[in-house]
Design a protein around this ligand. Structure first.
Ligand code: FAD
Length: 370
């Protein structure tokens, strides 16, 4: 391997660049906008174990990433606000769901309590009509912008060429092998090209003629300003809304949608309007459950785009085009898993051996779907 071109300077592309900083090859990263300006800037910023349908492979990937974060949080490199995640159950069905989640996480070695309504009330949530809530005490808020800057700065210091405001417009191939990238700043030869373009991943794949099962879901977030301080974990309500404290007297309200079935391919260059129903739902939830938010103003909002796959796991693999790798489909967990993805991709490229940890993220698992 002589030269690697990474397409995309989000948390995934910069994580890979960071891990390749000492590699004995040229590494170039192209970001058409600014570093971290894509989905990474739109996230709810949680380092989280929460997963409605937990599976051991996703859990292990997160655990690996978590270890990397833990070291840097302990060293003071990253600020971390350990607010916890609370998944609430009002109905019998949802209560059965959180009990099942509790059993599954326990089988992975993560013991999580189910809080009683009284214990939920201690988190400033009116809990009269709630049955319980699964509590993830370790979860918390990170600043994805700081993480991306950390990756990019260290990558640059290690000699990685990071070009912002430069779009990759074509991927050159010869005999089904990549030979380089055409960019708005000229041609760069490369024997490995990594698609870390987030929601733009399929547009980049189209340049190479590669088709993989990825789709998009919308991620609307409303920033709520209250009159008084808000103290609230990352709280999932059965109505499909999550709300968490932000700063002193603000809160983020969002919707977690990660299903592949029936999801469209959106144009990530277009701003998606937020559905009116979300404002009404958030107001109703605040009114019902959140005494700290008796009234609020929506002072900011955005609609991010998640890139999802049929099984909810990322795709990190080489395609039929030799040297053309995918690191996309991070769904709602890219901030959490980024350190692990970067490490495994860099290990693969520098040793020539694909880490076992990437086996669950291989393209082959979708052969039936494709
Ligand atoms: C509303 C919302 C909330 C979320 N909350 C969380 C959370 O709490 N915790 C968590 O772990 N994850 C969360 N996520 C998921 C997380 O934000 C994403 O998985 C992650 O940011 C994806 O990073 P990425 O680097 O793959 O993509 P991006 O950040 O989108 O980066 C891709 C980059 O590629 C660039 N690019 C595209 N095409 C080209 C090209 N042709 N040439 C050059 N550059 C190009 C883009 O400009 C972009 O900057 C959330 C997502 C959303 C939408």
């Amino acid at each position: 391997m002589e030269s690697v071109a990474i397409i995309g300077g989000g948390i995934i592309g910069t994580s890979i660049a960071y891990r390749l900083r000492d590699a004995e090859c040229d590494v170039h990263l192209y970001e058409k906008d600014m570093i971290g300006a894509g989905t990474t800037a739109k996230s709810a910023a949680m380092l989280t174990h929460h997963q409605e349908d937990p599976d051991s492979e996703a859990y292990e990937l997160r655990e690996h990433a978590w270890e990397w974060y833990d070291d840097r949080i302990a060293a003071g490199t990253f600020e971390f606000d350990q607010i916890g995640t609370l998944h609430l159950a009002r109905s019998e069905d949802e209560f059965a769901t959180i009990q099942e989640m509790q059993r599954t996480f326990a089988s992975f070695g993560l013991d999580l309590p189910i809080l009683s309504p009284d214990e939920i009330a201690d988190h400033n949530i009116a809990s009269d009509d709630l049955r319980g809530g699964l509590w993830f005490p370790d979860d918390g808020v990170l600043d994805p912008g700081a993480i991306v800057r950390f990756f990019a700065d260290h990558a640059r210091d290690g000699g990685v060429d990071i070009e912002t405001g430069v779009a990759v417009t074509d991927v050159a191939t010869s005999d089904d092998q990549v030979t380089g990238v055409e960019t708005t700043a000229g041609f760069q030869s490369a024997d490995v090209v990594i698609n870390a373009a987030g929601p733009w991943a399929q547009q980049v794949n189209d340049l190479v003629g590669v088709d993989v099962p990825i789709r998009h879901t919308q991620g609307p977030i409303l920033v709520l300003q209250a009159d008084d301080p808000v103290s609230l974990p990352f709280t999932f309500f059965e109505e499909g809304i999550y709300i968490r404290e932000e700063g002193v007297s603000q809160a983020f309200a969002g919707q977690l949608a990660t299903d592949y079935e029936d999801s469209p391919m959106l144009d990530p260059n277009l701003t998606q309007a937020i559905d009116e129903s979300m404002y009404l739902q958030v107001a109703e939830i605040a009114d019902t459950y959140l005494p700290d938010l008796p009234a609020f103003d929506v002072i900011n909002e955005w609609n991010g785009i998640r890139t999802v796959t049929p099984d909810g796991q990322p795709i990190v693999d080489e395609t039929d085009v030799e040297g053309y790798l995918l690191a996309c489909g991070m769904s709602g967990y890219g901030v959490t898993v980024a350190p692990a993805i970067g490490e495994f991709v860099a290990d693969w490229l520098t040793t020539g051996r694909k880490p076992d940890s990437l086996a669950p993220l291989a393209l082959g698992r979708f052969e039936a779907v494709a």
